[in-house]
Design a protein around this ligand. Structure first.
Ligand code: GLY
Ligand code: MN
Ligand code: MN
Length: 461
């Protein structure tokens, strides 16, 4: 938890942005794995964490803009709980640490909610994603739980997004800390990967690095020789000489901030000529994006430019043909990269995705429904203080190739016979985390290996 001044300032800014009404921000509850008392690792709701900083379950924060009052609703542990859990800090003192004057028992929340309804207050809630919270808010405010997100306030969503999209110096330090732990996870994976090892053995080694820093993971680790499946969560393969792997992982540090990086490397520590060839095109895409990003440029334009680099590279290699611009505007290149170039990063790995991807990533024009562009999460003009990922990929997805070929899709741009010779290649992705500064951009974290020689050096040390 940071100094209470931070949370007071954040809430004051939110009050100014929303102008009037009563903001209700529930924290998360514990989530049982298979029975009450055997829980998943607790992750606080990131909006609650941002505005109140209290990292324990079962709290509701209320900001009454009209009366200029703030409340934390919660329940102190009983003596019985303390016997099992050890001594616990009083919730009232957590509220004080957060700069909130009023602490009220959670069982009073429903009557508090009724009084707001009676006073016909403008109640501002965010979209909800946890069953328990949905049921509780629905009961307290008399809403249909199946439709509760219809009542989410667009004013509040936009205010939170505007505020959280610009990271403070303190937040940048926190994210950079998470990025550096993430970097160590990648270096460890490169060191331990070798022919004969199981994917899960590498995952165990790299996740131990996060644990060593008192961090957890910011999402389920992707480590696979089948990188053509974008979010492959299977870790059961034995790695063989000649395979290449994708590692996409991140640390979530003790204050909740996330890292998110991807590397691709050969299992035997030496890129084959074919692996090196595709990898060099991938890095050309990454470097192109890195050179372009600065305040004022729209991220969709960066995505489209790296798509042109991809298309040119594929024409050079005989896998595509025709006019580069026409191929990119038709979306033919998306056969190799069906996802977007990146997303915001912060207290969530896809920052604030729970509020709606388009609220976070789009403000000037709507999302393009074209295959590939429909997965572009960020298409804003970049501003100082934005922290986001750059993550180009090149994949050979056999089922996609087969279906497009059968449908004669984009035959003016795609050389299917040549593409099919890569059906056993898998996929590669490279991802770094960037901050937009006043004058340009800075990659966060200590230097990461990127070029083949740098990766090979680490793998063969
Ligand atoms: N970790 C998923 C992603 O890179 O977006
Ligand atoms: Mn990632
Ligand atoms: Mn990412």
């Amino acid at each position: 938890m940071f100094d209470k001044k931070i949370y007071i300032e954040r809430r004051n800014r939110l009050k100014k942005l929303c102008k009037h009404g009563v903001i209700v921000l529930p924290g998360n509850q514990k989530s049982p794995r298979n029975y009450k008392g055997n829980d998943y690792n607790f992750d606080q709701d990131s909006n609650f964490l941002y505005y109140f900083g209290i990292d324990i379950p079962n709290l509701i924060g209320v900001i009454d803009i009209d009366k200029n009052k703030e409340y934390i609703f919660g329940t102190d542990y009983t003596l019985d709980d303390i016997v099992w859990m050890g001594e616990q800090k009083l919730l009232k003192s957590f509220a004080q640490d957060s700069g909130v004057e009023n602490f009220i028992e959670l069982k009073e929340f429903d009557s508090f909610a009724s009084s707001l309804l009676k006073e016909e207050k403008r109640i501002l809630i965010l979209p909800q994603y946890r069953g328990e919270t949905i049921l509780h808010l629905s009961k307290a405010f008399g809403l249909d739980p199946m439709r509760i997100n219809d009542y989410a306030s667009e004013t509040l969503i936009k205010a939170v997004v505007d505020q959280r999209n610009i990271k403070s110096e303190l937040e940048i330090k926190e994210i950079e800390n998470a990025v550096n732990i993430t970097r160590e996870m990648h270096l460890e994976a490169m060191k331990v990967t070798k022919p004969g090892i199981k994917e899960y053995e590498v995952v165990a080694a790299l996740e131990a690095v996060a644990a060593k820093h008192n961090a957890t993971t910011s999402f389920f680790t992707i480590f696979t020789k089948n990188g053509q499946t974008l979010h492959n969560h299977f870790h059961g393969n034995t790695l063989k000489d000649g395979d290449s792997v994708i590692l996409d992982c991140g640390a979530r540090n003790i204050n909740g901030y996330c890292g998110d990086m991807t590397t691709s490397f050969p299992v035997n520590g030496k890129f084959s000529p074919r692996q090196k060839d595709i990898y060099s095109l991938l890095i050309e895409m990454f470097d192109t994006a890195e050179k372009m990003i600065k305040p004022g440029i729209n991220y969709k334009d960066v995505h489209l430019e790296i798509s042109r680099v991809l298309t040119k590279g594929m024409i050079k290699r005989g896998l595509m043909k025709g006019d580069v611009d026409k191929a990119v505007s038709a979306g033919a290149h998306a056969i190799f990269m069906p996802h977007g170039l990146g997303h915001m990063l912060g207290l969530d790995v896809h920052d604030m995705e729970g509020l709606g991807e388009d609220y976070v990533g789009y403000d000037k024009f709507p999302r393009d429904p074209q295959f590939g562009l429909n997965a572009l999460r960020l298409a804003r003009d970049l501003k100082p203080g934005f922290v986001f990922t750059v993550e180009p990929g090149i994949y050979f997805i056999p089922e996609l190739i087969k279906r497009w070929k059968t449908a004669d899709k984009f035959t003016e741009f795609l050389n299917y016979d040549a593409i099919e010779t890569y059906c056993d290649f898998g996929g590669m992705r490279y991802e770094g985390d960037f901050l937009i500064t006043e004058t340009g951009a800075r990659r966060l974290g200590e230097k990461m290996p990127k070029y083949p020689q740098e990766i090979e050096e680490i793998m063969n040390k």
